[in-house]
Write a new protein. Structure first.
Length: 276
């Protein structure tokens, strides 16, 4: 009974909100490092990163933890918002609200909802294509062979698979990335899903690329406000409220909430306006 009451209490919900929020901050930092390869790396490096993130057992397990954390964080936030509104006197909400709390603090539910919408659309445009799209392209490169340029698929063993062999049906592609000898039905090599190409085409699209870039940047601004309040609030919810460290925590939180969304926002801007 006591255990059930604890799990249903506002205090327990705040603990879970703080823990999932801080875990998602770690995820953001790691995800940012990988995505920055779109600017500072080449297509092969980014596609190797994408392959590692979707096939490594430990990373896949961590991904499921991330999905659960996002859902739990969102649902927990909605429940806490409803409880806080029920517990808060009407006069408090109407009278001088700005003096009692920061704008981001009063609108965390709205900010969180907008971020959730962004995550869903982001996963539809990239994550779902990477995992389920049967038409997901494989990475290719052009090589000069005897004075003639030929197109090859890059393979995970550092080699190449002539595209001509696919066209001549000497080699067939199975399971979207596996090259098989058509006659012997023997697996030859594995290719790379070209997430790099998909990402660049998305933000460079003549019809919606600019709109997608603007919406992405707006989403990062929303994320910045959400993080600015949420980071320090998470430590406070966990009881880390010491005058000796509060300034450091708030300072780090402000830096994190500014730098991480800013770097994320720079990526689509670079792809749309500056990348060839």
């Amino acid at each position: 009974m006591a255990k059930s009451a604890l799990l249903k209490s506002s205090l327990a919900k705040k603990y879970w909100m703080a823990l999932t929020g801080l875990f998602l901050c770690l995820f953001l930092a790691g995800h940012l490092v990988g995505n920055l390869q779109l600017i500072f790396g080449d297509a092969l490096q980014f596609n190797q990163y994408a392959l590692f993130m979707t096939t490594n057992p430990a990373v896949k397990l961590l991904s499921y933890v991330t999905y659960i954390s996002i859902l739990f964080h969102a649902i927990d936030g909605i429940i806490l918002t409803i409880q806080n509104k029920k517990a808060r006197p009407i006069s408090y909400a109407k009278e001088n609200a700005a003096a009692n709390s920061a704008w981001a603090s009063r609108n965390m539910a709205v900010l969180g909802t907008l971020i959730l919408v962004f995550i869903v659309t982001h996963m539809v445009n990239f994550w779902a294509k990477m995992h389920f799209d049967e038409k997901m392209p494989l990475q290719t490169t052009t090589i000069d062979v005897g004075g003639q340029k030929q197109e090859f698929y890059l393979t995970t063993d550092g080699g190449y698979m002539p595209k001509m062999q696919i066209e001549q049906q000497a080699v067939v592609i199975k399971n979207r990335t596996e090259f098989y000898d058509a006659q012997a039905n023997v697996k030859l090599k594995d290719g790379y899903k070209d997430l790099h190409k998909i990402t660049f085409e998305f933000f460079q699209n003549e019809q919606f690329g600019l709109i997608a870039t603007i919406l992405y940047v707006i989403s990062m601004i929303v994320l910045a406000f959400h993080l600015n309040h949420g980071f320090a609030s998470a430590f406070q919810s966990l009881g880390a409220n010491n005058p000796k460290y509060n300034g450091l925590i708030k300072g780090f939180g402000k830096g994190f909430s500014l730098i991480v969304p800013l770097l994320f926002a720079i990526i689509p801007i670079y792809i749309h306006f500056f990348a060839k």
